[in-house]
Design a protein around this ligand. Structure first.
Ligand SMILES: [Zn+2]
Length: 343
């Protein structure tokens, strides 16, 4: 009897140990599987995830198996919308790999586009696709160029479809014939040492003093002759020019009120000392050196078509050192640079 008891107890213990080992094995196995799923998540297709959900559509089953899974909100619903819009699995993968979320959202309610033409152009906007295509075919240019020009606004006339600038006090603010400052007035204007009636925003004023000091060490003598101009001042100035030359001509050299860079307190016109203009030599020096102190020559001969202004070698715009240097290195107008790198 005692022997029997020992045997039964031993069997019981043995069974217990076996079971617990077995369950712990199963548990670990599941753990390992979970880990392997996590590790290879980016390579997993939608299929295994969508299968037991209400979003599963049998007719798309073969497509699901070619679309990479992304753990995003509403992902399955979006996939079904894209498939319904006739996007291929490869195109859908491209959309999720390359598009920003704004463009992706817009695509969901847009007719199908040729995504392979657009995905690697960072400044494209789904809302403007039709305008890009039109501009491209009218001007027979590259898609990249069409996108840049349309984004600036050049597919319609200057001073039409004007956008009000939201944050006027950014040092990188873009003001042009499509973008208005309204009656903005900077709060940190500071007089220039040459004459207190000439004012710039503090940072720009300090940088300008440094620029003209540095110029002197290179035997270039320049002085300001116009700096900050208020909305009211610009109104009077522009009206005076219109009276003198007519609207069409005045528009080529004077900004309409709200559209002048001078209203930002970040632009200054300069003359050579002893002259009522900037000399060719001094203009050349400025175009080669102003960026070292955070300024660019904003309106150049090559960029007349983009800016809508004739060449103005005397007009300097403060952007801060890093941006000014980068604009010059990239050889872009500020309008283009803003669309590509600031916006
Ligand atoms: Zn100017």
């Amino acid at each position: 009897m005692r022997k029997k008891e020992i045997i039964l107890t031993s069997i019981f213990i043995l069974l217990l140990v076996s079971f617990s080992t077995y369950f712990s094995f199963i548990k670990n196995k599941n753990k390992q599987e979970d880990l392997s799923v996590m590790k290879n998540e980016e390579m997993e297709t939608v299929l295994s995830y969508i299968k037991n959900t209400k979003d599963f559509k049998a007719e798309y089953e073969k497509f699901y198996s070619q679309i990479n899974y992304h753990p995003e909100h509403n992902f399955f619903k979006e996939i079904n919308i894209f498939l319904n819009l006739q996007y291929t699995p490869q195109e859908i993968n491209t959309i999720y790999d390359f598009l920003n979320s704004k463009n992706k959202e817009k695509l969901l309610s847009h007719e199908k586009i040729e995504i392979q033409n657009y995905y690697n152009i960072k400044n494209f906007d789904v809302d403007k696709i039709k305008r890009y295509e039109d501009y491209k075919s009218i001007h027979n240019c590259s898609l990249e160029e069409a996108i840049l020009k349309v984004n600036i606004g050049l597919n319609h006339d200057f001073y039409t479809q004007i956008e009000q600038i939201e944050i006027q006090e950014d040092y990188t603010v873009l003001v042009n014939k499509y973008r208005s400052l309204g009656n903005y007035e900077p709060s940190d204007l500071k007089s220039l040492s040459y004459d207190e009636k000439y004012k710039l925003r503090e940072k720009a004023a300090d940088a300008f003093e440094e620029l003209i000091s540095f110029a002197k060490t290179e035997n270039v003598y320049i002085r300001p002759y116009s700096a900050y101009r208020s909305f009211e001042y610009q109104t009077a100035l522009y009206n005076k020019y219109v009276e003198k030359d007519g609207k069409e001509l005045a528009d080529t050299y004077s900004a309409r009120p709200g559209h002048s860079e001078h209203q930002t307190g970040l632009a200054v016109d300069v003359w050579s000392e002893g002259h009522t203009e900037i000399t060719v030599n001094d203009a050349k020096w400025l175009s080669e050196n102003a960026h070292k102190y955070g300024f660019i020559v904003r309106y150049t001969k090559e960029n007349e078509k983009i800016t809508g202004y004739i060449e103005e070698p005397w007009h300097l715009r403060y952007l801060g050192m890093d941006v000014a240097k980068d604009v010059v290195n990239k050889r872009l107008t500020y309008d283009e640079y803003y669309d590509l790198y600031i916006k």
